[in-house]
Design a protein around this ligand. Structure first.
Ligand code: 4AZ
Length: 249
């Protein structure tokens, strides 16, 4: 997260780290992506976090792939590392456009009841342009490979689709698809998600509205961060969760 500040994980217990020491080494516990607790055994993240390029193997073969819950400081301490019972990666995810960037992870053991966050339903005012939202993660703080050890967050605003389209009309930087994505940032830049934050939460009005997905660089003016629009994948998430998640999203 660029332009953010440290937050206590107790204030954002739905934020989790995806980690694999085997693949990413011992530093920062092997953290490589974020994720969000939406049910007691259900974590959602970005599909691109679990691609073969990132993991080296299929997610079901990544033996030490873990979800770190209830821990803000990756050097250790509170919380725990929970293994996975299952991983479902959206087969419709398009790595060219990043459309459908969602995966559903089933935890081998449930997290406390206070951890999950509700997915904002389509039409919820939380998605309205101009709404203040928080993005959370352990990713790059400056856009130069300075990864965080403590959980951080930045406040951004949800932007109008017309502006997101103008920023990403197509081509190598990516194509903005309003039905499946939303974009957020500040007009002057300076605050954004960045490398290592992918799959993590964008929260507005206390509900989950986005998953960190892509963008051109980090915190650049005119290039807001792009997120998976949670309402567009909520049905998929419910279908692939065993928690009996409430309707909506
Ligand atoms: C990434 O590569 C990434 N500034 C995540 C978020 C953004 C750009 C890149 C948005 O994981």
């Amino acid at each position: 997260v660029v332009g953010g500040q440290p937050v206590r994980v107790a204030d954002a217990p739905w934020t989790v780290a995806l980690a694999s020491r085997e693949r990413f080494g011992p530093v920062r516990a092997g953290q490589f992506c974020g994720g969000v607790v939406v049910g007691r055994t259900t974590v959602i993240t970005a599909a691109h976090c679990l691609s073969r390029e990132v993991l080296g193997v299929e997610p079901t073969e990544a033996k030490d792939l873990k979800v770190i819950v209830g821990r803000g400081d990756l050097r250790g301490g509170d919380g725990k590392e929970v293994p996975l019972r299952d991983a479902w990666v959206n087969p419709e995810f398009d790595p060219e456009t990043n459309a459908g960037d969602v995966a559903v992870l089933t935890l081998a053991e449930p997290v406390p009841d206070r951890y999950p966050i509700a997915m904002a339903r389509s039409g919820d005012a939380a998605y309205d342009p101009g709404t203040s939202a928080g993005v959370y993660g352990w990713g790059d703080m400056l856009g130069d490979g300075s990864y965080a050890e403590d959980l951080r967050a930045a406040r951004v605003r949800i932007m109008q689709d017309a502006l997101c389209r103008r920023a990403y009309p197509g081509g190598p930087e990516g194509t903005y698809r309003p039905a499946m994505m939303l974009c957020a940032g500040l007009p002057r830049g300076g605050r954004d998600a960045c490398q290592g934050d992918s799959g993590g939460p964008l929260v507005a009005r206390g509900r989950l509205v986005g998953l960190v997905s892509w963008g051109s660089g980090c915190a650049q003016p005119g290039h807001p961060g792009v997120y998976t629009r949670v309402s567009s994948v909520a049905d998929l998430v419910r279908t692939h969760s065993t928690d009996g998640l409430p309707p909506g999203g």
